[in-house]
Design a binder for this molecule. Structure first.
Ligand code: FAD
Ligand code: FES
Length: 302
């Protein structure tokens, strides 16, 4: 599903984001279909996170599996459970998908023990996506905290693959400690090949770290932001995106040009079980991508 940026004409009625689809018409597609997939590659990114490359086994099914940046899958570890995970690879790639998984509990711990060749189940893709086409012609600000770089990597691939459609692209990334940084092996390529300005910061430096230390909002001091022509995607813990979005909003970026991805515990992924509800909103089908204005209007969302 695509996400529409509302027009900016305040006099045009109605000035609102997409109205809720209470009947969930057309939302559920291939939801019960479980794609059988095989792990073809595993990269240990940090002591807590691994990157899994998964290939859908059936050739025809592999070709019909399409997703957009920001969407997620339900990954089934047979005999252990099913977990929602953001797709972190390029939406242009029809050969495989990649998932960056943090060891959190029962299912993700079991997944971390899997080796190449292990077979898993995939449902999806599910949820709303970042409005990448609507951001064309704008400066793009991608801000991630910690594991938030996982859902942000798909939009990074998107802007890199359509680089001429965007003006300045900045990635701002902060972690608690330097050894928690994800995808460090790609930073040089993002900067030199894809013309993306990358700024990093850690809360607590190690002996080897010679970069910036502090909170992620301090990175904004190093750049000038053209507020009326900038769109932002912010992924990370709620406390982080709350501060970042508040800061950006004070700079003048409209709240419906800032996008966040909300995480809630999920069970079905398709608007049936109510596990992920915030008020009357289903995080799995109305989200996980919301504009910041909608998030502020969702009681108890952050
Ligand atoms: C849309 C979406 C996208 C996600 N993308 C990623 C991703 O790309 N990479 C990744 O590592 N994780 C991601 N998560 C979180 C991931 O789904 C949980 O870590 C996972 O479900 C934990 O399952 P478990 O059985 O291992 O842990 P459990 O034994 O079920 O729980 C262990 C701990 O994890 C916490 N937890 C469980 N589910 C969630 C959740 N949905 N959000 C936050 N905390 C949770 C529990 O409160 C508990 O403290 C995403 C979640 C959502 C909703
Ligand atoms: S996860 Fe079941 S309704 Fe959202």
């Amino acid at each position: 599903m695509d996400y529409k940026i509302p027009e900016q004409d305040i006099n045009a009625e109605p000035f609102m984001t997409k109205p809720p689809d209470y009947n969930r018409a057309g939302v559920v597609m291939r939801t019960d279909k479980v794609f059988k997939a095989e792990i073809t590659n595993i990269v240990e990114l940090t002591p807590l996170e691994k990157l899994f490359r998964l290939k859908i086994l059936d050739n025809a099914e592999r070709q019909i599996f399409e997703f957009r940046p920001g969407q997620f899958v339900m990954l089934e570890v047979p005999g252990f459970g099913e977990v929602p995970l953001s797709i972190t690879s390029s939406s242009n790639n029809r050969e495989y998908i990649e998932l960056c998984v943090r060891k959190a509990g029962r299912t993700t711990n079991m997944l971390h023990q899997a080796r190449e060749g292990a077979k898993l189940g995939l449902r999806g893709p599910f949820g709303t996506s970042f409005p990448m086409e609507k951001m064309a012609g704008c400066n793009v600000l991608l801000v991630a905290g910690g594991l938030g770089l996982a859902p942000l990597r798909a939009p990074i691939y998107w802007v890199s693959e359509h680089r001429d459609k965007y003006k300045d692209v900045h990635v701002l990334y902060g972690t608690k400690e330097p050894n928690q940084m994800l995808f460090t092996y790609q930073y040089e390529e993002w900067q030199t090949v894809n013309r993306i300005e990358l700024l990093t910061i850690v809360e607590k430096a190690s002996k080897e770290w010679n970069g910036r230390t502090g909170m992620i909002t301090e990175l904004f001091e190093d750049m000038s932001i053209e507020a009326d022509n900038t769109c932002a995607i912010v992924c990370g813990p709620p406390v982080m995106f709350k501060f970042v979005c508040q800061y950006l909003s004070e700079l003048g970026i409209p709240m419906n040009r800032m996008f966040v991805s909300l995480e809630r515990r999920m069970h079905c992924g398709m608007g049936k079980c109510c596990r992920c509800m915030v008020g009357s909103t289903f995080t799995c089908v109305d989200g996980p991508v919301f504009d910041y204005w909608s998030v502020l209007n969702l009681k108890e969302a952050i």
